[in-house]
Design a protein around this ligand. Structure first.
Ligand code: SF4
Ligand code: SF4
Length: 634
């Protein structure tokens, strides 16, 4: 410490220049002799208020049933993909605009993950542990890459994959208010480990802003915008390079060096927390407007010290990618941001363990892991924990590999659901290659579920479909029951619908009815579940109730071909021929001129005992198609 940086209060307290870390005990100063930040209290209050506001938002939604859609940047993806204008999109747009002018204030003063990281840093310091920053040259590009993947890739993809009649920009619709606030968020059981890994584990291993530096996609855009902003932390000639600012900065910015070199802080990692301004003993720093960082001269670039050598940087990138692809989406549980946080931690642990095994001396925080080539207990503990973490990643990779190949097989299925569900065993529609593909897909899903630690709620319904297509309908309904137990909302309703449909084919009508009612309780607008429920009731002899459920279905969608046919059959059975004709005409209006479709209608009506209509469609099935694929009437 330079003597010029020792304030009057410290001099009076007897602080010795250059020995500030010997410890002083003056109000307003830390033990290292650096002035305590006054703005940190304001920032803490702002972050606490932010968290309280988030809690209030959720409570208001729970109480009133609807609320403003989540004020969360990730919601912007739905705006770009589907044209949903929501509160998250508006917030993110305004935040980027504000960053372009004032710099990266939003991160420092308005992010709940940063609040969590600061809280963790504060807790660790209370325990005497000071997180050291992990500095990588290459991994700092992860946030920008993640931002491009989240927000630019969907637009590019849409551009090249959209059907010709669809516009490039989706039609904007108002989604500012929602009744399903939690729809796009992971379940609470996932959110807790998510916050723990992204808020705590990353800080412990990678430094106080570990998640912001190596994972946060929003930070990727905010960092970019900060380079253009005229609002910067700037310096006056009063600076005498004491380094208090750098020692205080939790964003790992070399403040003293940057202000000396450029007259301002140019590092896009600066989150404008204003701590450096507050602690400077000469009041040499201020926030002000001027040239943006982009126009700073590039000569004499400040030499930075990195945690990794160049070969290690390459290994780090490979480790990061390996871990990311292994854990992302595994068990349909790990969301994108959590996978990025996990991958950053895996990278650190992998490289640190490798170094620990080779080095003669190594410590971590205050733990002496190895000295004079001898591994200590703390060292072995570190190795065991790191191997457990990395082993878990490898296991996730194995499960993910099978899930991925199962998905590939599933996506190759071309058999329409209606045709497969026309009668109990759809084997007649499968070519040997289809069958082989389905068997392989089933094996991959089974391998994933046998070795996995958790059920995969997205893979289970697909496994059930494989089972059904292979003729094992009994097993399929069991798998769908398990799937529904781990799902919610739309996906749960769909699993229950398919279960009900297969139970109908199995002739277990009472079970089918109950399952379809569960599906409708989950999603009242699932019209196909009404169609199937009507069939269960019809088969149970509750014909009036069946007709009433079908009527409800056609009132919601008058173009339903099978339901109109079923209503025609029901009316005919009660001797109401005029009504029956009207439904039949309505059905014919929307019936595709397709032999297989007619065959499917014929089978369903035949199963309900509506023989007259069934016969008509069997005949049409023979007439309209080439005939080669149309099965003979049994
Ligand atoms: S700007 Fe930083 S280096 Fe300069 S006097 Fe202030 S605290 Fe010390
Ligand atoms: S450079 Fe200053 S304002 Fe920026 S993050 Fe560091 S301490 Fe905060």
């Amino acid at each position: 410490m330079k003597s010029g940086c020792v304030s009057r209060e410290l001099k009076a307290a007897g602080a010795i220049p250059g020995r500030a870390d010997a410890g002083v005990n003056l109000p307003g100063y830390s033990r290292t002799g650096i002035r305590k930040s006054k703005t940190s209290r304001w920032r803490g209050a702002a972050l606490i208020a932010l968290n309280l506001f988030m809690v209030a938002h959720i409570i208001q939604w729970r109480l009133m049933g609807k609320t403003v859609s989540p004020i969360e940047p990730s919601e912007t993806m739905y705006t770009l993909q589907n044209g949903f204008v929501n509160a998250g999109f508006i917030f993110f747009s305004l935040a980027i605009l504000a960053t372009l002018i004032f710099g990266r204030f939003v991160c420092g003063w308005g992010c709940h993950i940063l609040a969590l990281q600061d809280f963790c840093g504060w807790l660790l310091k209370k325990m005497g542990l000071h997180p050291k920053p992990f500095r990588s040259r290459l991994l700092i590009y992860v946030p920008l890459g993640a931002a491009l993947y989240m927000f630019v890739w969907p637009v590019v993809y849409r551009l090249f994959s959209k059907p010709a009649h669809e516009p490039i920009i989706p039609k904007f619709t108002n989604h500012l208010v929602t009744t399903n606030f939690w729809q796009t968020f992971p379940s609470v059981a996932v959110a807790i480990p998510f916050l723990f890994i992204c808020g705590f584990v990353t800080v412990y291993f990678l430094g106080q802003k570990g998640f912001c530096t190596y994972a946060c996609p929003y930070g990727g855009f905010f960092g970019l915008a900060d380079k253009f902003s005229p609002g910067k932390i700037r310096v006056t000639p009063a600076c005498n390079q004491c380094g208090h600012c750098t020692a205080t900065c939790t964003s790992n910015v070399l403040v003293h060096a940057e202000v000396k070199q450029y007259g301002m802080v140019v590092d896009p990692g600066c989150m404008k927390c204003m701590d450096c301004v507050s602690v400077c003993p000469n009041d040499a720093l201020y926030f002000g407007f001027g040239k943006p960082a982009l126009l700073a001269p590039k000569s004499n670039v400040i030499k930075r010290h990195y945690s990794l050598t160049w070969p290690e940087e390459i290994v780090a990138v490979l480790l990061f990618l390996g871990s990311f692809f292994a854990v992302r989406g595994v068990y349909a549980l790990v969301p994108f941001l959590m996978a990025l946080g996990c991958a950053a931690v895996t990278t650190f642990l992998g490289l640190k363990t490798w170094r620990l095994l080779r080095a003669r001396e190594m410590s971590f925080y205050r733990f002496n892991l190895k000295s004079s080539g001898k591994m200590h207990k703390a060292g072995w503990t570190f190795v065991v924990l790191a191997c457990a973490w990395i082993g878990f990643n490898v296991h996730c990779g194995w499960v993910r590999y099978h899930e991925f190949l199962g998905n590939v097989s599933f996506n190759k299925i071309r058999l329409p659901d209606e045709l497969a569900l026309a009668q109990l065993d759809p084997a007649r529609w499968l070519s040997p290659a289809d069958r082989e593909n389905i068997i392989q897909g089933r094996e991959h899903y089974l391998a994933a579920s046998r070795t996995g630690f958790f059920p995969n709620s997205e893979a289970l319904p697909k496994l059930a479909w494989f089972e059904y297509l292979l003729g094992d309908a009994e097993q399929s309904v069991q798998t769908l029951r398990t799937a529904a137990a781990h799902q919610k909302d739309q996906s749960k309703a769909l699993s229950l619908y398919y279960r009900g449909a297969i139970l109908n084919r199995l002739g277990r009508y009472e079970e089918a009815r109950a399952t379809l009612e569960e599906a409708l309780a989950e999603r009242d607008d699932l019209i196909l579940a009404r169609q199937e429920k009507g069939e269960s009731l019809w088969q149970l002899g509750r014909k009036e109730e069946a007709a009433s459920v079908w009527t409800d279905a056609v009132q919601r969608n008058p173009q339903l071909v099978l339901v109109n046919n079923e209503l025609a059959g029901a009316a005919l059975a009660s001797g109401k021929t005029e009504e029956s004709d009207a439904y039949e005409k309505q059905a014919d209006k929307f019936t595709p001129n397709d032999s297989l479709y007619h065959w499917m209608l014929a089978r369903r009506l035949q199963a309900l005992g509506m023989t007259q209509l069934s016969k008509k469609h069997f005949e049409q099935a023979g007439q309209t198609g080439s005939g080669s694929e149309t099965p003979n009437e049994p």
